[in-house]
Design a protein around this ligand. Structure first.
Ligand SMILES: Cc1cc2nc3c(=O)[nH]c(=O)nc-3n(C[C@H](O)[C@H](O)[C@H](O)COP(=O)(O)OP(=O)(O)OC[C@H]3O[C@@H](n4cnc5c(N)ncnc54)[C@H](O)[C@@H]3O)c2cc1C
Ligand SMILES: Nc1ncnc2c1ncn2[C@@H]1O[C@H](COP(=O)(O)OP(=O)(O)OP(=O)(O)O)[C@@H](O)[C@H]1O
Length: 542
């Protein structure tokens, strides 16, 4: 990587906001319309009876949604439901941060608006109810006499617990004396979140390789990525419902509305997701240089920015795969076009790891159950969280996170390493703060990457130290990124912006391996490696 970082257009002014995708609402509607047309079928075999419910979770899309398609095939009427679960707006497990920050709540609201609109175009609607799925779904199944509730399968314990309770609630419907003898509703969970289908893996989940490369090579050699599920032009008729419920406002979710005042502002929803794919692959033709730009930090175009839509399920990874293949046929195939799939396989891998390792992904010792003395020093943690550590590269990244709900992959690795290695802070504090803020929060990718960053993940080789001076020199050599987020650095000469000395703020901790020159870092590192109780590498590759 290093100096070969190719650049893409970057923000010019430090107060500009970049809408992602950067298209107006007419263009977005038109791209969504055309994509839906390509993925629509005029007729499909519908042979079911009665009513089926679709319980939308993290699959807020119409295209390539197996739960929606199966519900349609197996019924005469589909009832699509989203439950605004109050637990999602509570607090994180250990440290009591908001479970969903205002920026992600806003993104979710836009996803729901768009999902409703796209269902309405296909003669359906979205019922929005406030409350717990285990209370809402059995009540609806009973009232409508539904035979099945279809939903996308999740893998982490909080979601699994809800699945169990919904299942139990549905069983009780069948036992209730007032229930029609025919009404015995079932919960049918379908796999849908990954690019490679779980049923197609060449090994059982318990035998999932602990080394990513082994996993990747094996699935690439032995599995085929399934095609997207096409959608019937009409999903109607809709059930007869007087009040379909309103999409909530941020305030109704108990949060204060926030909008990114600078940096990127993402538009939620499937239409925006499909438009971002078109913008990045086709309009701007950036897919062909992705591998050379992906380690950037500034602006919307150094990487795909698909993650917020993938996390909410507004975008199917199989759709991205089909678009990559189409681009390779129609434009060019090179390392960059492959590399987007390579990264999506990382995403799949973390999802499958969450099944193999269960709750240990969230525990301090991680999947390897390593014991290490961690600090929970509040002052240090807050300086990290608020972007006041005295290290511009850390502070700029943390300000981007709280202002926009996004941070580059490079930034995430650097701030994670700093919190864990240089500050020695309990990694779960960082992971929970990410859980609050990230638009793309996904328990598997978030906690999976944090356990790797903290050196407690399943693969001991993913145990890395990121040297801030080296990262700054390599990935922000002219200090453009730090000056964008920390305008007080703009007047400094470019080479000083990441190393401002006393003209910036005091550094809250010294770096574990020194912070003056790379040469010194390497010398110092040799003598201090033992501190962490295991081997740490001065490598940047990922
Ligand atoms: C500490 C830490 C926490 C993270 N938390 C999350 C999270 O909660 N949700 C999330 O989606 N990603 C997370 N990531 C992974 C990665 O940083 C983001 O997926 C990526 O920055 C999103 O930007 P992009 O869509 O432009 O990515 P691109 O570079 O364009 O990559 C394309 C897609 O590949 C996937 N991908 C890329 N890198 C990774 C990775 N390391 N792990 C898993 N999937 C990857 C994402 O789905 C991404 O959208 C985390 C990484 C770190 C180091
Ligand atoms: N989707 C999720 N997002 C965030 N955290 C999650 C998610 N799913 C599970 N967790 C976390 O996983 C952890 C383990 O949950 P679980 O109730 O299974 O714990 P456990 O194995 O009994 O652990 P313990 O005894 O330490 O509480 C909790 O911290 C829980 O909040």
């Amino acid at each position: 990587m290093g100096s070969s970082l190719k650049s893409v257009p970057k923000p010019l002014s430090s107060s500009s906001v970049f809408q992602v995708p950067g298209l107006d609402s007419h263009e977005i509607d038109s791209i969504a319309e055309k994509t839906f047309e390509r993925y629509s079928v005029k007729t499909a075999n519908r042979n079911g009876k009665g009513i089926a419910i679709v319980w939308f979770r993290n699959d807020l899309r119409v295209l390539d949604n197996e739960a929606l398609f199966k519900a349609w095939v197996s019924s005469e009427t589909v009832l699509p439901v989203f439950c605004v679960d109050p637990r999602l707006f509570g607090t994180t497990y250990c440290f009591g941060f908001p479970k969903t920050g205002a920026l992600r709540a806003q993104f979710l609201i836009e996803c729901l608006d768009d999902l409703r609109k796209n269902l309405q175009k296909r003669s359906l609607n979205l019922l929005i109810q406030h409350g717990k799925p285990e209370e809402i779904l059995p009540a609806l199944a009973k009232d409508f006499g539904a035979h099945t509730v279809y939903a996308q399968k999740e893998t982490c314990s909080e979601e699994l617990q809800v699945e169990r309770m919904v299942n139990k609630g549905l069983q009780q419907v069948a036992l209730s004396p007032s229930t029609n003898a025919m009404n015995n509703p079932k919960l049918q969970l379908l796999w849908g979140s990954t690019m490679y289908h779980m049923d197609d893996l060449p090994f059982s989940i318990n035998s999932l390789p602990d080394v990513y490369t082994q996993f990747r090579k094996s699935v690439e050699a032995k599995c085929k990525i399934r095609g997207c599920i096409k959608i019937p032009e009409s999903l109607g008729p809709p059930p007869s419902i007087d009040d379909w419920g309103n999409v909530p406002s941020v305030e109704q979710l108990g949060l204060h509305s926030e909008k990114a005042s600078k940096g990127m502002r993402f538009s939620g929803g499937e239409s925006a997701a499909l438009s971002r794919v078109t913008e990045y692959f086709w309009n701007k033709d950036l897919l062909g240089i992705y591998k050379e730009t992906r380690n950037g930090m500034l602006g919307p175009d150094y990487s795909t920015k698909f993650s917020p839509w993938l996390a909410s399920g507004s975008l199917s990874p199989r759709f991205i795969h089909e678009e990559v293949k189409r681009y390779e046929r129609e434009r060019q195939a090179n390392d960059s076009t492959y590399w987007v799939l390579f990264e999506l396989i990382w995403r799949d891998y973390f999802r499958f790891l969450s099944i193999k390792y269960g709750s240990s992904l969230f525990h301090l010792g991680g999947p390897r159950n390593l014991q290490h003395k961690w600090s929970q020093d509040q002052r240090l943690f807050e300086s990290w969280r608020n972007g006041c550590t005295g290290y511009p590269l850390i502070d700029a990244n943390m300000k981007e996170l709280s202002t926009t709900g996004f941070m580059s992959n490079r930034g995430r690795q650097i701030v994670c390493s700093f919190l864990v290695r240089d500050m020695g802070i309990d990694w779960r504090m960082g992971a929970e703060w990410f859980e609050t803020c990230l638009l793309d929060y996904d328990p598997c990718s978030n906690y999976g990457n944090w356990t790797y960053g903290a050196g407690v993940g399943n693969d001991p080789r993913e145990d890395r130290y990121f040297s801030i001076p080296k990262q700054a020199q390599t990935y922000d050599p002219e200090g453009e990124f730090v000056a964008y987020w920390l305008p007080q650095l703009q007047t400094l000469p470019k080479e000083k912006r990441n190393f401002p000395g006393e003209s910036y703020m005091e550094q809250v901790v010294p770096l574990k391996f020194g912070n003056t020159s790379l040469h010194l870092n390497r010398q110092a590192s040799a003598s201090r490696q033992a501190n962490f109780g295991r081997r740490q590498q001065m490598t940047d590759k990922r």
